[in-house]
Design a protein around this ligand. Structure first.
Ligand code: NAD
Ligand code: GLY
Length: 362
């Protein structure tokens, strides 16, 4: 088992990474103030892993309240959140009762928000079961539900007491979801970790083949990168924004097509290519750099070309980004491969050229 810590003073917490961790009740119990937990998951993940985790916890004397919600981004809503509150209140869960999120980013985000708000805050443990959740969403304390007017618009910063990433759960992940998770993995390399870019060049196929050693290395490396950033900028007043490489373009793609048509990671993959092209138009990257970003996104099984949108639609949708300040778009771009920065002054003609496809390679 590998362990990384998110260094947030008296709210510091461990990230445990390894195979078979959902059978190890002691990892959970050491972070729970009482031997009672509500275990939130969705119908898909429940069928695969709920009985095992429940049995492990109950075998160690923990009383477990399972709460199973519908599967999908479409259910990351007030209605689902209310159903979780209903179950917690009906069972008289207390301030010391832990909430455990077993699933991908949707379950993690909504359970985290429930934990932040139920009785003004209860202990919370993340058990991420998608690659995306293991390398990104379970770490750092961003919790949320969607609003009809925007994704993740209602939420709270609320850190978990532990993240327990069982790599063996990735064996059942659909290939498309694995590739979507790889977009976030690749993101860490290009935004700030040159050695990891080289490692990914050599090991991307091993990750696609779910090689356990490669997966363990990548998940730990990404979590360590994220933990470092979160420890120095928990509330995203500075460097944390760099984690959004590819996301401003990506969110526009997701919103334009309707959430769920392209997976988040797919949109981020195409978004990273657009960020690289924008960086080249600004003189930071050269053609070989853009080709390297594009090739890695493609090798991960992700789209490199965005769907066709009118320029006005791109600009309108990107204007809803949470990074917008004083009405100005802020893009995470690349000074070089492995060095991201936030640019609030991308000239409109540059954006139009990139978005119109004028800057497409070859
Ligand atoms: P998801 O939670 O929808 O999971 C993807 C699919 O995989 C679902 O159908 C799920 O049931 C299924 N699944 C989960 N684990 C499985 C397993 N082990 N085997 C088989 N199937 C499994 O999607 P996701 O990509 O994990 O997360 C996306 C969500 O995360 C979005 O809502 C996004 O906004 C959020 N997010 C949050 C943060 C953050 O910092 N909080 C960061 C990135 C993304
Ligand atoms: N996924 C972006 C963040 O956690 O800040």
């Amino acid at each position: 088992m590998l362990t990384t810590t998110v260094g947030l003073g008296d709210r510091a917490y461990p990230i445990y990474i390894g195979a078979g961790l959902i059978d190890q009740a002691d990892l959970f119990i050491r972070r729970m103030p009482q031997k009672r937990a509500a275990l939130v998951t969705n119908e898909t993940v429940a069928a695969l892993y709920l009985p095992r985790l429940q049995a492990a916890l109950e075998g160690a004397g923990v009383s477990v309240l399972p709460i199973v919600v519908r599967d999908g981004e479409a259910f990351k809503t007030w209605e689902t959140l209310n159903a979780i509150y209903d179950a917690l209140l009906s069972a008289r869960c207390e301030r010391r009762t832990a909430l455990i999120a077993l699933g991908g980013g949707v379950v993690g985000d909504i359970t985290g928000f429930a934990a932040a708000t139920y009785l003004r805050g209860v202990p919370f443990i993340q058990v991420p079961t998608t690659l995306l959740a293991q390398v990104d969403s379970s770490v750092g304390g961003k919790t949320a539900i969607n609003h009809p007017l925007g994704k993740n618009m209602i939420g709270a910063f609320y850190q978990p007491a532990a993240v327990i990433a069982d790599l063996a759960t990735l064996s059942t992940l659909p290939p498309r979801e694995l590739s979507a998770g790889l977009a976030e993995v690749i993101k860490y390399g290009f935004l700030g970790d040159r050695d990891f870019i080289d490692w990914l060049d050599a090991h991307l196929e091993a990750l696609l083949a779910r090689d356990p050693t490669a997966l363990a290395f990548a998940v730990e490396r990404c979590c360590r990168n994220k933990a470092d950033i979160v420890a120095r900028d928990e509330r995203e007043t500075g460097d944390r924004a760099l984690l959004n490489l590819g996301h401003t373009f990506g969110h526009a793609i997701e919103a334009a097509l309707g959430f769920g048509r392209w997976l988040h990671g797919e949109a981020v993959g195409a978004g990273m290519v657009l960020a690289a092209r924008t960086s080249r138009q600004l003189g930071h990257l050269d053609d070989a750099d853009v080709a390297r970003v594009t090739a890695m996104v493609a090798r991960a099984g992700l789209p490199v070309t965005p769907p066709h949108l009118e320029i006005a639609q791109w600009l309108d949708l990107m204007g809803h980004d949470k990074k917008v300040e004083g009405g100005r778009l802020r893009f995470v771009l690349l000074k070089s491969l492995g060095q991201a920065y936030v640019d609030a002054a991308v000239p409109r003609p540059v954006l139009e050229e990139v978005l119109a496809g004028a800057a497409v390679d070859g």
